[in-house]
Design a protein around this ligand. Sequence first.
Ligand code: ZN
Length: 387
Amino acid sequence: MLGHVDHGKTSLTKALTGKWTDTHSEEIKRGISIRLGYADTNIYFCQKCNWHSLSEKCPKCGGKGVLKRRVSFLDAPGHETLMTTVLSASSIMDGALLLIAANEACPQPQTAEHLMILNIAKIKNIVVVQTKIDLVTKEQAKAHYNSIKEFLKGSVAENAPIIPVVANYGINVDAVVDAIERTIPTPKRDASLPPLMLVSRSFDINRPGAQINTLKGGVLGGSLVQGTIRKGEKVLIRPGMETPKKGVKEIECKVESLMCEGGPLEAAAPGGLIAVGTSLDPDITKADTMAGCVIGRPGAMPETKADLSFEYHLLERADFDNPPLKVAEPIVINVNTATGIGVVANMKKGIALVKLKKPLCAAPGSTVALSRRVGQRWRLAGWGKTV
Ligand code: ZN
């Protein structure tokens, strides 16, 4: 879910899913967290009307639709974080919604940068949503629609459907749903690949003062990028946990339980957010300490590296100069769900070598988002692929 600030992301997400991200009471009730800017919804299909909607009862004919798919929407707070997330976590995104408000000239600076990021991340399955059309006249809405068309020319979204909506009143939200179904198909997955899960959160789900015999193991939340993960299987976590004397150490553990927003699972496949209950000491996983780790099968997962090489490209940013990287420059890199702090050690033929303070685990060919210091802030400055 992308778009300039105040272009209606929260309203549309609410219209599509009936809620927004931080469902705190739900979280306490269920004992695991399912936030991280995810919100899920079910999509139904009415065969008679050949139309998708959010309700089992078809809004056009009143007939009964069939459940077609469950989808998760991901948002991240703030322009810089959102762009970094789209780049670094593109492997778990099947498509994007780009929101453009009808009451402002198109493109606004952040909208232009979001389209640039979609181009770089090669996210081709895009639905453009023209929001807030109730704030303009019919003629203005049409002229604005044409300016969106012009803006998208030559980009990955050139042929994307553009759906006008008034999210607050639910007007045309079904058309967005129908466009999502027709434009963003579920990718074909190779079920024979070994499982690989990106951990974005981790928790200790036990209440303070719980009895020893009721204690539950540490829980890891995140998304599978490939393969299937099953209850009862042995998995490896990399880079793993930090130890006082031996640095970061990988951990082997057993999958005790699996959970998605819809409830418990015996096995999980890619798509959406899952929580894995493990045999680990919950103290190891408390307060997101394992975020950025990768879960896989022993003998079939990427290596942990403290020296990371990636071919890199700098971005053209609208509001700051972005000169070539310098050796010894401190940088922050994001790969999948991992964040690494380091310094540029070497640059040769478009390949940068970064020495990281703490190692991270990423397969060759993973997309890297690169941030550098501009004034007092870390700004997204480039991207690349691990080699
Ligand atoms: Zn119908």
